[in-house]
Design a protein. Structure first.
Length: 216
């Protein structure tokens, strides 16, 4: 994975997009299906050589890129502490996961089963969400500390929503792995912030026409 500002911006955008979707499901019981599909597909992109291949291009991460700009730029009035907390937890759990080779193998096996099932059921079928959610519980949840998701209890208590939230957290941690592979680090977040913000803004402008409406 090439270490570049663009790739780091894409990987961080993927984490922010996952975190935003987690918040949507937790508080509203629903989220954008196209954005959800982008994040779930990223888990199944085992052989992808670039981040653009993993996510199908920057156009599919426009929400995450916008959130990245809102959250990271200095003196932003739009900082969302809930979303930031999820992303920080993803980065922390990724570091712990990388020290557990047996858990990584278990995680890969569970995702491969889900990928195979998706060929029959479709990528957003509740069986796929359930499999990914269970895989998350059997691996990442065991690392600790668990990510505490805020939201409406009636949505959080719904098994399908709970599975989607765990699948999205898993996709966010996949983004954290890619962030690290692209040269991301705590210092890069501090000293490389301006260059990464410039890349994010450029990609938003670059994909504006391709995105059609700005709902993505």
């Amino acid at each position: 994975m090439e270490a570049s500002h663009r790739n780091r911006a894409l990987a961080l955008a993927a984490m922010f997009q996952s975190a935003g979707l987690v918040k949507d499901v937790a508080w509203r019981g629903q989220c954008d299906a196209a954005q959800l599909e982008t994040m779930i597909r990223s888990l199944f992109a085992f052989e992808a050589g670039t981040l653009d291949e993993v996510y199908g291009g920057a156009v599919n991460l426009r929400r995450g890129l916008r959130t990245l700009v809102e959250q990271v730029q200095a003196n932003s009035p739009q900082v969302d502490g809930e979303i930031s907390r999820y992303v920080i937890n993803m980065l922390y759990l990724e570091r712990k996961l990388m020290k557990q080779p047996d858990m990584i193998r278990t995680l890969r096996d569970g995702i491969e089963v889900a990928a195979h099932q998706s060929e029959s059921f479709g990528i957003l079928h509740e069986n796929i969400m359930s499999r990914l959610g269970q895989t998350y519980q059997n691996t990442i949840s065991e690392l600790g500390p668990r990510i505490i998701v805020q939201g409406e209890q009636n949505h959080l208590g719904n098994p399908h929503n709970a599975a989607r939230i765990r699948a999205l957290l898993l996709a966010g941690i996949r983004g954290a792995v890619l962030w690290r592979q692209a040269g991301g680090s705590r210092w890069k977040l501090i000293f490389g912030r301006n260059a990464m913000l410039a890349e994010a803004r450029f990609m938003l402008e670059e994909t504006a026409e391709a995105s059609g409406s700005d709902r993505s």
